[in-house]
Design a protein around this ligand. Structure first.
Ligand SMILES: O=C(O)CCC(=O)C(=O)O
Ligand SMILES: [Fe+2]
Length: 419
């Protein structure tokens, strides 16, 4: 007799999913064309590149409880190289922690707009924007972005405390506690994943790589002296291998996509959307436009409402939450990993679509190399690559971030070496 217990499938295939009514607004045929040019796409996305099920292949699902470390490293390397995106399950982040962060995240988004104004985006000490706001990439698109974000730099900064204090000054700040706990857990997961990714690229001693990046030696042939390396040098040389890992940055970034009905609701609490915009709301509305993440890795929790899509082989494909693993995370290869891997791993082009009836919340954990680090193709990868030449010039993350905020299209191209 067949067992009544549903066994999780070994890998995700759209065929194994129950039918989902995506109920997405606007319908695909009305959605604006994607204006993003992606350097690795063989063809550009177009309005006719509609949803296509099933995927030509299956997105890897990696079990982080895998006993065999070597095998796990191989699976991650293959997923980064062939997909740029994968799911992780059995990742060790407690379900209740995620649930609590999601619950409080939703509460923050349901604050009245004038409350949210108290935490409008400002540049933090590290130099990037924190706070409530419309997607930064929105300005590059004509369409109305049907989403709002909340960005808070995690440990070792006080970003989470600063923002939650601004939003809820009078309350015992349970928001801070829950989000800081989430940050700490995700930081641990991100570090583990990054170690595995680096091991797959032949870097066994990740602390030593950190030192190389901070001192900026050994990763390229011609740029050994950077202006402000000196104080970093002493900071890093003195730090033990484990504390240098603490210099990596984690940023908690929440995305909220309210239901996006054809008729706008009377009251709209989303920041940055006024009545004029509402009345012009039409076919040119989208959740989050096509982009790659400027991170090394992004760890995304989608909740139960689908909306994430990836661009692969010239088509957009939905990447829904896994029905058998409610607590799975989606991992994106970001632009900085593309640089570190000398282009072997490509950052994944993705977007999110709004939903007609359900609101959607995604928790993105953005994992970045140290702010002070010089990021360049890793020598181990360069020496094993065909041309044995670095494809990217050394860069600092903030330099890339600022450049991309001004020139969205092809930002990474700008940092390519000429050869
Ligand atoms: O909401 C999603 O599924 C995608 C979010 C995302 O791409 C991002 O925060 O960079
Ligand atoms: Fe993203």
């Amino acid at each position: 007799m067949a067992s009544l217990v549903l066994e999780p499938p070994a890998s995700y295939s759209p065929d194994s999913l129950p039918a989902v009514d995506y109920n997405i607004w606007p319908p695909e045929e009305l959605r604006p064309p994607c204006h993003h040019h992606h350097e690795h796409s063989s063809s550009s996305p177009s309005p006719s590149s509609g949803l296509s099920l099933p995927l030509p292949d299956v997105v890897p699902i990696i079990d982080l409880h895998e006993e065999d470390m070597h095998l796990m490293v191989q699976k991650i390397a293959s997923a980064c190289e062939n997909w740029g995106v994968f799911y992780v399950v059995n990742h060790g982040v407690h379900e209740s922690l995620v649930a609590r962060a999601r619950e409080l995240g939703l509460q923050l988004f349901s604050l009245p707009a004038d409350f949210k104004q108290k935490a409008m985006p400002i540049r933090n000490q590290a130099g990037f924007f924190e706070g409530f706001g419309k997607p930064l990439v929105g300005k590059f698109f004509k369409s109305l972005m049907w989403s709002e974000g909340l960005t808070m730099a995690g440990y070792p900064t006080t970003g989470i405390a600063d923002i939650t204090d601004k939003l809820c000054p009078d309350e015992k700040n349970g928001y801070r506690e829950a989000l800081e706990e989430y940050d700490a857990a995700l930081r641990g997961l991100a570090a583990r994943l990054m170690e595995a990714v680096l091991a797959g690229m032949g870097v066994e001693d990740t602390a030593q790589l950190d030192r190389r990046m901070l001192l900026h030696v050994g990763n390229d042939d011609n740029n050994h002296n950077d202006d402000d390396d000196d104080d970093i040098t002493s900071k890093t040389i003195n730090s033990s291998s484990s504390s240098s890992r603490l210099l990596w940055r984690g940023v908690v970034h929440l995305n909220h996509y309210p239901p996006c009905p054809a008729q706008p609701p009377a009251e709209m609490r989303m920041v940055g959307i006024d009545n004029n915009m509402m009345s012009s709301m039409s076919s040119t509305t989208m959740g989050l436009p096509a982009h790659t993440d400027s991170t090394c890795l992004t760890i995304l929790h989608q909740g139960s409402v689908p909306g994430l899509q990836i661009f692969r082989h010239g088509l957009w494909h939905p990447l829904p939450p896994l029905p058998y693993h409610k607590d799975s995370f989606v991992i994106h290869v970001g632009d900085m990993l593309q640089v570190l891997s000398n282009g072997k791993y490509k950052s994944i082009l993705h977007r999110a679509v709004a939903n007609k009836t359900m609101s959607r919340l995604s928790l993105a954990y953005l994992y970045l190399p140290p702010i002070e680090a010089t990021i360049a193709p890793i020598s181990e990868v360069v020496s094993s690559s065909e041309g044995k030449k670095p494809m990217y010039k050394p860069l600092k993350w903030l330099e890339y971030y600022n450049f991309r905020n001004k020139n969205f299209v092809g930002a990474l191209e700008h940092f390519k070496t000429s050869s």
